[in-house]
Design a protein around this ligand. Structure first.
Ligand SMILES: Cc1cc2nc3c(=O)[nH]c(=O)nc-3n(C[C@H](O)[C@H](O)[C@H](O)COP(=O)(O)OP(=O)(O)OC[C@H]3O[C@@H](n4cnc5c(N)ncnc54)[C@H](O)[C@@H]3O)c2cc1C
Length: 230
């Protein structure tokens, strides 16, 4: 497996326990919005009982001009996350493998609902930034971004992207019932005329996919990104 060295530029604390790592794009490295990759440390050793790498979404779009991943580091956490939290600093080098995956919006619908739980927002940031960079304003995208604690990543990014994408309807939700109710209301109104991108833990994704199917949404209109490991 080819690993590319990527130098850390800066680390941003997004919420009380969520951090974004911004890195230089290594020579020859390319990805498309919504993809993920395996990340490792170059100069720090992960303790023996753990895997040396983690899969994180590339939360930046190619047009950002930098690589970024965002991760939640709760208590307790793995040794890998402890190194991210307490050792990795600007100018350190991380190793990133070739990107994988094809999580994205598809042509064929003029509207989409994004159902993102917590850290599941990472590929959505990449996809929306890419849309904005390409001035692709044709799709009406409704984003339901839910976090039980009401802590949302990417602060000012949302205002900036809404300036370019006037069709973006963003809902920051801190109540699980409201998350489900808004999803159901949208599905009842739009059915299979819309596409549904779900991004979160496998359990969350399964539950929302079942809800949508139960409301008559065609299976091929439902796209999931499973964050295995949470
Ligand atoms: C396609 C894909 C994309 C992904 N994208 C992202 C992404 O963008 N951002 C992201 O953060 N993750 C992403 N993930 C998930 C990521 O790969 C990790 O699985 C996840 O972050 C968990 O990391 P961790 O194993 O280091 O555990 P941690 O996050 O440290 O912990 C996971 C759970 O285990 C518990 N735990 C950990 N250590 C201990 C311990 N010593 N004792 C007791 N309990 C413990 C924690 O409390 C927590 O509940 C993605 C996964 C996939 C498959």
């Amino acid at each position: 497996m080819k690993l590319y060295p990527a130098k850390v530029q800066k680390i941003i604390k997004e919420t009380s326990d969520t951090y974004s790592y911004i890195l230089d794009i290594p020579e020859g490295y390319a990805w498309t919005a919504g993809q993920h990759a395996l990340w490792r440390f170059q100069d720090y050793e992960v303790s023996g009982d753990e895997k040396p790498g983690r899969v994180f979404t590339i939360a930046s779009a190619p047009g950002d001009g930098f690589l970024m991943f965002t991760t939640r580091i709760a208590e307790p956490h793995s040794n890998f996350k402890d190194i991210l939290l307490n050792q990795i600093k600007p100018r350190d080098v991380m190793l990133v493998a070739n990107p994988l995956g094809s999580y994205t919006f598809h042509d064929g619908t003029d509207r989409a609902l994004v159902i993102a739980g917590g850290i599941g927002i990472t590929p959505i940031r990449s996809l929306l930034k890419d849309m904005a960079d390409k001035q692709n304003t044709s799709k009406k995208v409704t984003v339901l971004y839910s976090d039980d604690r009401g802590e949302f990543a990417y602060g000012d990014f949302w205002n900036a992207v809404q300036q370019t994408l006037p069709n973006l309807d963003l809902h920051l939700i801190d109540d699980r019932n409201a998350f489900t109710e808004k999803t159901e209301a949208y599905a009842k109104q739009n059915g299979s005329d819309a596409e549904y991108l779900i991004a979160g833990s496998p359990g969350m994704n399964k539950a929302f996919a079942e809800t949508l199917k139960g409301l008559g949404v065609a299976e091929d209109r439902i796209v999931t990104d499973d964050f295995r490991g949470y």
